[in-house]
Ligand binder design. Structure first.
Ligand code: NDP
Length: 330
């Protein structure tokens, strides 16, 4: 089986030279372990951070070893009482075709309820990120005007739709192409959307939300954050989920120049990590199933095929080649 190893730590934009595709020998299982043939794996923006050795919330990937990340696969051999051969399991050893994992570190998922890929997206980590960020961090209230960046991506597309389902009066999204903007308006029920590459974000946002915004769910940072502060109403809340516009920067980007607006608006900016909100998983799973069933939560996925194209898929997320969750089918 093959795996993708980190060969060197990228400086700026990662390139194919930073990774190695390596054939590995199969090892015998130890007591308690299971062997999983991965069927689908996740590529996520946060992985860019783990490729660096700067101190952060997640351990850096080790050089010369397979990287890690969410994956779902089928158990082909088991020495764990909790997991049977044939079970589909969600676990953290992606970036490889075959994983040997402790039975206590996998979660059995039901592929009759939803396809394996959904457990990495709308019903998985990115879906919960959207829900926790909106409800708990931004304190979404009925009638709020909500703005989300990265709106056509995995987290952002759920943010917009869940905000509507929870009673937001108006949802505005930004994305990087006209096709994505059309998708937000035509398929996902956004009230307004703009292509941030077509002008100054602050102008585009003011046009889309002339009366201002109550909540900004930030996936990208940079100009978007400054624009959102500029449009914030009294008591507005900003949830900082990600800052993808700066992940490949080699020098710190300038901060928002208008922070003083938070004084007059009593606005707040709060960063969060989904890992602190796993307690909402059950609540979210139940509500998401209802929203999917009644059509208020649609999810798109973009698939890339083969472990030999996993690095392309990862670079694709950073470049915006995905609509909805980016995944690799193995
Ligand atoms: P997405 O599916 O949204 O993919 C990333 C998207 O970012 C791309 O599709 C691209 O879309 C957009 N993008 C890339 N560069 C820029 C740029 N310079 N300016 C604006 N948009 C850009 O990824 P996820 O949904 O998985 O993640 C979204 C964000 O949430 C990321 O910042 C991620 O790090 C963060 N995150 C945080 C978590 C937490 O616990 N705090 C958990 C999970 C994710 P486009 O074509 O529109 O540019």
């Amino acid at each position: 089986a093959r795996e993708v190893q980190l060969k060197s730590r990228p400086v700026g934009w990662p390139t194919h030279d930073d990774f190695d595709l390596v054939e590995t020998a199969s090892v015998p299982l130890e007591e308690g372990q299971v062997r999983v043939r991965n069927e689908v794996m996740s590529v996520d923006p946060y992985m860019r951070g783990r490729m660096s050795d700067a101190k952060s919330y997640a351990e850096p990937y080790a050089l010369g070893e397979a990287m890690q990340g969410g994956a779902v696969g089928v158990v082909t051999e088991s020495r764990s009482d909790a997991v049977a051969v044939g079970d589909h399991v969600l676990h953290g050893l992606g970036w490889r075709e075959e994983a040997v994992v402790d039975g206590s570190a996998v979660r059995v998922v039901d592929t009759a309820v939803a396809p394996a890929s959904a457990y990495l997206g709308v019903l998985g980590m990115t879906g919960l990120t959207a829900y926790a960020g909106l409800t708990r961090v931004a304190g979404l209230k009925e009638g709020d005007v909500v703005f989300v960046s990265g709106a056509a991506g995995a987290v952002g597309s759920v943010v917009g739709q869940v905000a509507k389902a929870l009673g937001a009066s108006r949802v505005i999204g930004s994305a990087g192409s006209d096709e994505k903007v059309r998708h937000l308006l035509d398929d996902l029920g956004f009230d307004a959307a703009f292509n941030y590459k077509e002008g100054r974000v602050s102008d585009l946002l003011r046009e889309a939300a002339p009366d201002g915004i109550d909540v900004y769910f930030d996936n990208v940072g940079g100009d978007h954050l400054e624009a959102a502060i500029g449009s914030l109403r009294q008591g507005g809340r900003i949830a900082i989920c990600g800052a993808i516009s700066v992940y490949n920067n080699t020098e710190a980007a300038p901060g928002p120049r208008n922070l003083a607006r938070l004084i007059q608006t009593r606005g707040t900016i709060t960063g969060f990590l989904v890992g602190d909100h796993w307690d909402l998983s059950g609540e979210y799973a139940e509500r998401a199933a209802g929203w999917i069933a009644d059509g208020s939560l649609a999810s798109r996925e973009t698939f890339v095929d083969g472990i030999d194209h996993a690095v392309d898929a990862f670079l694709g997320v950073l470049r915006g080649e995905n609509v909805g969750k980016m995944l690799v089918r193995l």
